[in-house]
Design a protein around this ligand. Structure first.
Ligand code: CDP
Length: 244
């Protein structure tokens, strides 16, 4: 593609509609975001996977979880490929590995560093492309895509979230206890909500949805209805190319 073509591409990508889905651990963000993306034919950004990848790299290469500069450098240099629902780090499939509870706990420690968050910003924004993007995480509506068309903040009681995570792990054949998961979720909630940089909180213009006792299908429907109510998508003609 020509340099001008690339410039046009990025100019239009910046206008692509974004739906943000933020919320605490195991609130259903990932599943609901994926359902909405599929229904709309939109791209999907699971921003938590980036923090998990940095955490895995740190655990494996002995980078201290309190070393902001070294972690940021690892974040900057992540050699990752997202394709066909799988995640490859330096050519190794780590899709399941990064869901482990050790990586989950390390990810929320990695995520407190401002330098790490800054290092991941461009990588996250690069996911914004036509026909649109659904981005899930903690700060999608507040920091990464403040101009999103629709911002949703999901909540659910800690007990329900621990139970959901328990069922997910059982399905994967990983043993755990609800008490242990509840404790981990509470610790992670506290760390995510209390950190100084991009703390977990709904954007002022977010729609808050409590999914306790709600099915996934109903939550997806809710988001799609809200999105449709924001009006039609208006793709802009690429700059410099005028249709006559
Ligand atoms: O699905 P779950 O909430 O368990 O985890 P996740 O979304 O994959 O995020 C893992 C960790 O990364 C979280 O505990 C947050 O500390 C951090 N994170 C973040 O700080 N900002 C984001 N946009 C996404 C995740």
């Amino acid at each position: 593609m020509s340099a001008a073509g690339e410039a046009n591409e990025s100019a239009t990508s910046a206008n692509a509609p974004v739906i943000t889905v933020d919320g605490p651990a195991a609130s259903g963000k990932g599943t609901i975001a994926a359902g909405v993306a599929q229904a709309q034919g939109f791209h999907l950004l699971d921003s938590g996977s980036l923090y998990r990848l940095v955490a895995l790299q740190a655990l494996e290469s002995g980078i201290a979880l309190d070393g902001g500069a070294a972690l940021a450098s690892a974040a900057e240099n992540l050699d990752v490929v997202f394709a066909g629902g799988r995640i490859r780090l330096e050519s190794r499939d780590v899709t399941d590995r990064i869901r482990g509870e050790d990586v989950s706990a390390a990810a929320s420690q990695v995520a407190v560093h401002a330098a790490v968050r800054t290092a991941l910003l461009g990588r996250q924004r690069a996911f914004r492309r036509w026909p649109g993007l659904v981005a899930d995480g903690r700060d999608m509506g507040t920091v990464v895509f403040p101009d999103a068309r629709l911002k949703v903040f999901l909540t659910a009681s800690p007990e329900e979230r621990a139970y959901r995570r328990y069922k997910q792990l059982i399905e994967k054949g990983i043993s755990s206890t609800i008490d242990g998961l509840l404790r981990d979720i509470r610790e992670r909630d506290a760390r995510d909500a209390e950190r100084v940089v991009a703390p977990l909180a709904p954007a002022a213009d977010a729609v808050v949805l409590d999914t306790t006792g709600m099915t996934i299908a109903a939550a997806v429907r809710f988001v799609l209805d809200r999105y449709q109510a924001t009006g039609p998508d208006r793709p802009e003609a690429p700059a410099g190319k005028v249709d006559r």
